[in-house]
Design a binder for this molecule. Structure first.
Ligand SMILES: Cc1cc2nc3c(=O)[nH]c(=O)nc-3n(C[C@H](O)[C@H](O)[C@H](O)COP(=O)(O)OP(=O)(O)OC[C@H]3O[C@@H](n4cnc5c(N)ncnc54)[C@H](O)[C@@H]3O)c2cc1C
Length: 505
């Protein structure tokens, strides 16, 4: 018979409430008792408005339809990310990283053929923006919602108000039987064997549990502080360690994308929500002060009202050496964080909880599979770090020392180094990804898109009229195909009966 566990989740940010929901769904019927405790005076980080398509899996697992959660969280659809100004190379000042679907497969193959010709020096202009459906849809403000039948299901993600998503998940968890305590942990008590025994709180409670989930944010109270798990910093690769966020008015119609625009000492995001636009600047505090960052963001985003408050955040970039140790799992910012250039925070949160639940059950609620889980999560963190780092390595900006430092003396993993060597030597990138078995983190399409979108090509040196003609014809056919498809999707804005404008979720 399975023992009935008492689980205590420390922290009520998005990570805590996601864990509470998924664990309650898996285990409340088995009589597990799940309690979430959060401090009344330590706020949640309050940012995190973008996502990857992984987040859809969460809502699907929880049987929560879009029509229920999206309006409550002022959510919008996200077709991908537009990167602007990361290079100054003519023709490569901007590119879109789409969430690709299987309808893109034939054009992805064509893209790879064209890229191969361009990498061999044929003088043709190859840019990823021409080849993927979501890119064309986004340019025309189309949502991934067909107006009628469409032959393929599109792959997409969401933007949402992080605070409202937390509130929504909290309500769901409480309905599912999760108990809720508002109190501040101040001492962690351990068993003689080193496991966590109980949390002593400010109001003199002693809360015992069999298993603890550390969702305490950057402070990582249980995993790093109580269990002494080392933190492995990524600062030797990634310079950014701070962010400032300022909202501005909603735009309608909006582009269903995250904008990631390079700035003098970092980059800024622009995220469309239905009630406001989220703006933020992720920067390096070695290169820029908080006040300067705030002013640069206000200027770039056109936020003239000085009374709109800015939210300044310090970021600790890196990961724990382990995410599951003894009777404790760290989830969310307490387990690690990579700057949100590819919006992977909640993806890592979800993967960690899913992996833990699956392996804890498989190991009959013992630590048997702890190492597998830790190795898998560490690999995911490191490979996401590599993909994010490539944005900086491939930049060619010279306007500030920051950009020179970003491609200067930085630590590069063997995996990324090998990818870059294969690319620059004209080798087969896909084969290399397979050899390293890393396509599950970023697929071949993403690697091709970033390298070509940032114009990482040798200089073109030959003409071939017949190949050039074939290239032009296939691009014209592709354009006609995308025009036909895009016409079948809803816009990010629709006229209501009064003729005013209304957002479509
Ligand atoms: C600038 C920035 C931008 C980001 N953008 C994205 C994005 O676009 N997409 C994405 O997926 N992710 C993003 N993230 C990450 C995302 O914000 C987090 O993964 C997510 O909000 C989860 O945070 P959390 O729950 O781990 O921590 P927090 O939100 O910090 O919550 C910590 C909780 O722990 C509690 N706590 C702390 N100490 C104690 C104590 N002593 N006793 C009791 N309770 C305690 C607090 O009260 C709080 O409830 C971003 C992060 C940053 C910093």
């Amino acid at each position: 018979m399975v023992k009935t566990y008492k689980i205590l989740i420390l922290g009520g940010g998005t990570a805590g409430w996601m864990a509470a929901n998924l664990m309650a769904k898996s285990w409340s019927k088995q009589g597990f008792s799940i309690t979430l405790m959060e401090s009344p005076d330590i706020p949640t980080v309050g940012v995190g408005e973008g996502s990857t398509p992984y987040i859809r899996r969460f809502f699907e697992q929880m049987d929560i339809p879009e029509s229920e959660w999206m309006p409550q969280c002022h959510a919008t659809y996200k077709n991908g990310i537009r990167f602007t100004d990361w290079t100054t190379k003519p023709g490569f000042e901007s590119y879109f990283h789409p969430f690709a679907t299987d309808i893109d497969n034939p054009h992805f193959n064509l893209f790879k053929q064209h890229v191969a010709l361009r990498r061999q020096g044929l003088n043709i202009s190859v840019h990823p923006d021409d080849y993927f459906l979501m890119t064309h849809m986004t340019k025309r403000k189309k949502l991934p919602l067909p107006t009628g039948q469409f032959s393929h299901t599109l792959f997409y993600a969401y933007h949402f108000d992080a605070k409202l998503l937390g509130d929504f998940l909290k309500k769901r968890a409480l309905c599912a039987g999760v108990k809720y305590l508002v109190d501040k942990a101040f001492e962690i008590e351990k068993h003689p064997n080193g496991d966590i025994a109980a949390i002593q709180t400010h109001s003199n409670q002693r809360i015992e549990a069999d298993f603890f989930v550390d969702c305490s944010g950057f402070s990582s109270l249980l995993m790093q502080k109580a269990l002494d798990v080392p933190f492995i910093s990524y600062r030797d690769s990634l310079h950014n360690d701070a962010a400032v966020a300022i909202p501005s008015a909603a735009e309608a119609p909006f582009l269903p994308q995250t904008l990631s625009a390079a700035m003098p000492c970092g980059w800024r995001w622009k995220i469309p929500l239905t009630h406001r636009t989220g703006n933020g600047y992720v920067y390096s505090s070695d290169h820029l002060s908080g006040d300067e960052a705030e002013q640069q963001l206000r200027n770039a985003a056109g936020i003239n009202n000085a009374r709109t408050a800015a939210h300044h955040i310090k970021m600790r970039v890196g990961r724990n050496q382990a995410h599951w140790k003894r009777n404790c799992l760290a989830v969310g910012l307490s387990q690690g964080f990579i700057e949100p250039l590819e919006a992977t925070g909640l993806q890592m949160t979800l993967i960690t909880i899913e992996q833990f639940i699956a392996h804890f059950e498989k190991g009959n609620f013992t630590s048997r599979y702890q190492e597998n889980v830790n190795n898998g999560i560490n690999a995911a963190f490191d490979h996401i770090r590599d993909y994010v780092l490539l944005h900086y390595l491939a930049n060619n900006r010279n306007d500030t020392q920051y950009w020179r430092d970003c491609r200067g003396d930085v630590a590069i993993s063997d995996s990324l180094r090998s990818i870059l060597e294969i690319w620059s030597q004209g080798g087969d990138l896909e084969q290399e990804l397979q050899r390293q078995n890393i396509s599950q983190y970023y697929p071949s399409l993403s690697w091709h898109v970033i390298l070509t979108g940032m114009g990482v090509f040798p200089s073109a040196h030959y003409q071939n009229p017949s190949l050039n003609q074939q290239f032009q014809t296939s691009k014209a056919n592709m354009k006609a195909f995308f025009n036909h498809c895009v016409a079948q999707f809803q816009s990010s804005v629709s006229a209501n009966q009064q003729g005013s404008v209304q957002n479509v979720y």
